[in-house]
Each structure stands twice: as C-alpha cells, then as structure tokens.
Design a protein around this ligand. Sequence first.
Ligand SMILES: NC(=O)c1ccc[n+]([C@@H]2O[C@H](COP(=O)([O-])OP(=O)(O)OC[C@H]3O[C@@H](n4cnc5c(N)ncnc54)[C@H](O)[C@@H]3O)[C@@H](O)[C@H]2O)c1
Length: 344
Amino acid sequence: MSEGMTQGKDYLVTGGAGFIGSNFIRYLYQNVEGIRVRVLDKLTYSGNLANLFEFEGRNGFEFLKGDICDEAMVRKAMDGVDVVVNFAAEVSVDRSIDDPQSFLKTDIVGVYTLLQQARKMPGLKRFIQISTDEVYGHILEGSFHEASELKPRNPYAASKLGGERLAYSFFETYGVPVVITRASNNYGPYAYPEKVIPLFITNLFDGGTVPVFGAGRQIRDWLYVEDHCRAIRLLVDSGVNGEVYNVGGSQECENIDLTRKLLVLMGKDERSIKFVQDRPGHDMRYSLDSSKLLRLGWQPAYDLDKGLQATVEWYRANEAWWRPLKDKLDPRYSKGFWGEKGAK
Ligand SMILES: NC(=O)c1ccc[n+]([C@@H]2O[C@H](COP(=O)([O-])OP(=O)(O)OC[C@H]3O[C@@H](n4cnc5c(N)ncnc54)[C@H](O)[C@@H]3O)[C@@H](O)[C@H]2O)c1
C-alpha cells in the first residue's frame, strides 16, 4: 500500500549499497508513490552493488560511487534532493578496535562534509542521521531513553556519537533540519555475513560451528531491518527537527539464547557451538526505551522468532548472494575474532 503525505520525494541515501540502506531503498520503492532515490556509496567491503540491481530502471534511481568525505562528490550527490538519509559509515565494532582511524574519518568527517553541503540548501526538508544505541554504552538494568548519559565504550560507538552530535550542532547553529535515530541491533536480509546472525546461519548451512564470544551472556535488543526502515520513513515525515529517537525492537535476548534459537531453526544441536575468546571491552547489555517513537504510531511488526525465521529462509533462498561474500570473509570471523578461549 502506498503511503500518502510525504515530506519529500527526492532522496539521497548515502551508504545505500549496504545492509540497512539497501533495505530502506526497497522499503521506499515498495511503499511511497513517486519516490526518486539517488545513492552515494564508496563500496567498501560491505557495500555491494548486488544489493541494488533490482532498482536499476526504477523511477529516478541513480547510483554514484563516491566518498561522503569528498566535498565535490557530496555537492553533486545532494544537488536537487529534498531528503538526505545518512547510513554511510564504518560499522563493525571488532574492526574499529583493530583499526579506529577510518571510523573517525567516515563517521565524523564524512558527516561534517554532508552537513556543510546541507547548510547551503535552504530547500532541504530533512537530514536523517542514522546513529546507534551503542552511543549510550551498556546498561545492566533498566533501559536507555533519549536523554540518558552518553558513554560510548568502543571506537565505533565514539565515532558515531561524534557524527550525531555534530549533526545536532548544525541544527542548533545553522538550522539544518536534522533528525537523529539510535537503533538497536538490526538483522534480516542482505546483512553482510560477518554479522553474528548471518555468520551463524551460513556457518550452519556449511556444517560448521558457530563462535560464541565468552559465555554468550551478553544481551542485545534485536530489531528486524524492515521495522527499522519503517521507523526512518515515519521520522522523515513526522520527526521533530533537532530530536533524537530510539528505535528498539524490544526483543532482548542473551547471545547464547539467540544461538540456540538459530540451532533449533536449522535442525542443529549444541555440538555446533564453539565458545571463543570474548571481545575486549565487550558491552554487556543494550536496552532501549522507544516510547518516544511509539507515540508517533510506530510498532515493530516482527518479534525475534518471526524475524529469525524470515532471515533463515532468506539466506536459504539466496546462497548466490552470500556465498561470494562468505568466501572472501576474514577467517577470524568464523573461528572467533579474538582467538581461542583464554587467549591474551
Ligand atoms: N547494523 C546494525 O545493527 C546497526 C544498528 C544501528 C545503527 N546502525 C547504523 O546504520 C548504518 C548502516 O549500517 P549497516 O549495518 O547497513 O552497515 P553496512 O556496512 O552494511 O553499510 C554501510 C555502507 O556505507 C558505505 N560506506 C562506508 N564508508 C563510506 C564512505 N566514506 N562514503 C560513502 N559510503 C561509505 C559502505 O560501502 C556500505 O555500503 C550505519 O550508520 C550504522 O552505524 C547499524
């Protein structure tokens, strides 16, 4: 069904060749009449043109290969658009611990470059900065709300916080129509196979084991990607400039329980689990209070069981998509990124 009233029809989706960005474009073309989408993406390891093939020839679809840190490219990409949704980022926590520099560049300087251009566009209707619940750090009890203290605990989270606060400052200082989202862990179709859920699913398809960090007691709140996309669309139309919105799936689960759910769905048993060395500074629990967004009328449509089933089915049907990515994946992901249990 097509959505009615809308803030804008001409979108720039940065990072649109990645996991959430490409799902968002699909959501737009399926749900918003007359939408036009331009993508700016650098095609890093996780950016994948195969995520975009189906949009070739769709109304106004255009792909630009380029970096959000490149001023001239950003000027070209933002020309004539009403709405910018910035997904482009270096994303992996493990990679950021290994090598933080590229995270500072894309997740802070890249956001700055987009915002500088946005300042020069009085007709811009919305600038959505996609942030993350990781900017809060972790919480052992209760849930984070938008005014909670911000204590990021790894270089990825700290860089994302830098980017989103810069966006907020451009709203306060220059009136750029910024709305910020902080989402919990996304899963679903087109997630790069280094992420825990597709990594485990594809390892199990191949008859391998699944590497569980530590004792698997960390808690994550899982959000099906389509629910996230619907929230972003709602915020383009109904968000308040300068505001932050948590987007949580309200599906908290210990990693070990998530693993067991996947084992059951795939007809495997606990012999497929391999406990491996934990990540340094591993956040113990994330939990979001999303009532601000719920008050705008958003509700997640997927609980974890329904979402996992849909995800397993998608990976089962789309081996041609994930196999080439899996073949190139750093073997540390499958073995345990930080080594064997007890490694220093
Ligand atoms: N995956 C999650 O669970 C999650 C949760 C909350 C928030 N987020 C945020 O959502 C956004 C998208 O995450 P994702 O999981 O889809 O990541 P992803 O790695 O799949 O996609 C990121 C995309 O950005 C592109 N990119 C990277 N650097 C770029 C640059 N300098 N210029 C242009 N393009 C560049 C990549 O090529 C890729 O296509 C990120 O901003 C991330 O912080 C993700």
